[in-house]
Design a protein around this ligand. Structure first.
Ligand code: UT7
Length: 328
């Protein structure tokens, strides 16, 4: 039988500090009522401490995953890190995580696809496994969104949180694992959700700092409209081309950007709310960590053979869905 990449372990990590809606009410002109009804978010975790980047959370998740699985770092052949907030522009955060956890016999690289990065990374990693040449690949999604959030901007500060989570992918020849993926991007989206300065086009300068150009800019409504349509379209498409009816789907694991986007996607798929993983109320949008954090929290309820659909939409624009059969 065909070799497929199966998820054989998952582990999340969120920092201790919790930023509640009540605390945000004291920082910007907002209310718990507005945040809850418009987004579904109640609180988010924030990474505190000097010189702590996304790799800190990614490394914690990978370390705990290796411990949990009883696997030596020497066995990991490839680590792909999905992040929109790399520790540095270069080298890749995957390399920093690999060094922190002692992965010395493999290689690593980052994938930058905003909130869809984790999906893109899983799809990429699965191809290495499917060739038969790779046996143990880690995909880690981690983001310290608080490092690019303007806590004077009410339209953005309420949305994001920090976190990391990692999965282990191994070959499966029994029909389980990743069955199909649909990935899309459209550069038109770069005008509606981005960080203006700090790259090669507009390097950091006193002026860019003064103009607050190192923070996330989002045209919320435009992104919202695209997200609702694209995430729902791609999730419906992957069901259709794999002849899946709504009752065949055990779980929908959507990117957690806004509860209303999640609800619209589930509705379009005909999947009832009890089959949708939602933890946005406790973490907010952790960008590349949302989907694996869900899998981690739901791990004990998942059954071998469960049909699971992952779906995401993010800056770029980027979006996609993955259909997999849970393997343990
Ligand atoms: O994960 C990456 C992809 N990102 C997304 O998927 C996010 C997509 N966008 C969204 O989720 C929503 O557009 C937001 C949650 C960002 C905003 O919700 P909205 O329902 O689209 O609100 P809006 O931008 O249309 O703003 C409505 C009103 C405005 O006031 P006026 O002009 O009607 O007086 C805003 O200024 O709400 C105001 N507003 C706020 N009020 C209180 C915006 N942010 C806040 C806030 N507290 N935090």
């Amino acid at each position: 039988m065909k070799i497929r990449a199966a998820i054989t372990g998952v582990q999340g990590y969120v920092p201790e500090y919790i930023l509640s809606n009540a605390e945000l009410e004291k920082m910007v002109d907002t209310t718990d009522e507005w945040i809850t009804t418009r987004t579904g978010i109640k609180e988010r975790h924030i990474l505190k401490g000097k010189e702590q980047g996304s790799s800190e959370m990614g490394a914690q998740a990978v370390r705990l995953l290796l411990e949990k699985k009883g696997i030596s770092p020497d066995d990991i052949e490839l680590i792909i890190c999905a992040t929109a907030t790399p520790d540095m522009l270069f080298p890749a955060t995957a390399n920093i995580i690999a060094d922190k956890v002692g992965i010395k016999k493999g290689f690593g690289f980052d994938i930058s696809a905003a909130c869809s990065g984790f999906l893109f990374a899983v799809a990429t990693a699965s191809k290495y496994i499917e060739t038969g040449a790779y046996k143990k690949v880690i995909v880690v999604g981690c983001d310290k969104m608080s490092s690019i959030v303007d806590y004077e901007d009410r339209t953005v500060s309420v949305l994001f949180g920090d976190g990391g989570a990692a999965i282990l992918l191994e070959p499966d020849s029994t029909g389980l694992g990743i069955q199909d993926s649909i990935l899309r991007s459209d550069g038109i989206g770069r005008h509606y959700l981005y960080q203006k300065a700090g790259g090669s086009m507009i390097p950091a300068s006193h002026e860019t700092v003064d103009a607050r150009q190192h923070f996330i800019f989002q045209e919320g409504q435009t992104v919202f409209k695209h997200a609702v349509k694209s995430m729902a379209d791609v999730s419906a498409e992957i069901m259709e081309r794999n002849q899946l009816q709504s009752e065949d789907v055990a779980w929908l694991v959507p990117h957690q950007a806004n509860k209303r986007i999640i609800d619209a996607t589930a509705k379009r798929m005909g999947v009832s709310e009890d089959k949708v993983m939602i933890n946005i109320q406790r973490y907010g949008n952790t960008t590349n960590a949302t989907i694996p954090l869900c899998l981690w929290e739901w791990e004990s309820r998942l059954k071998k053979g469960d049909n699971i659909i992952l779906a995401a939409f993010g800056g770029g624009f980027t979006w996609g869905s993955i259909y997999l059969k849970w393997a343990y």
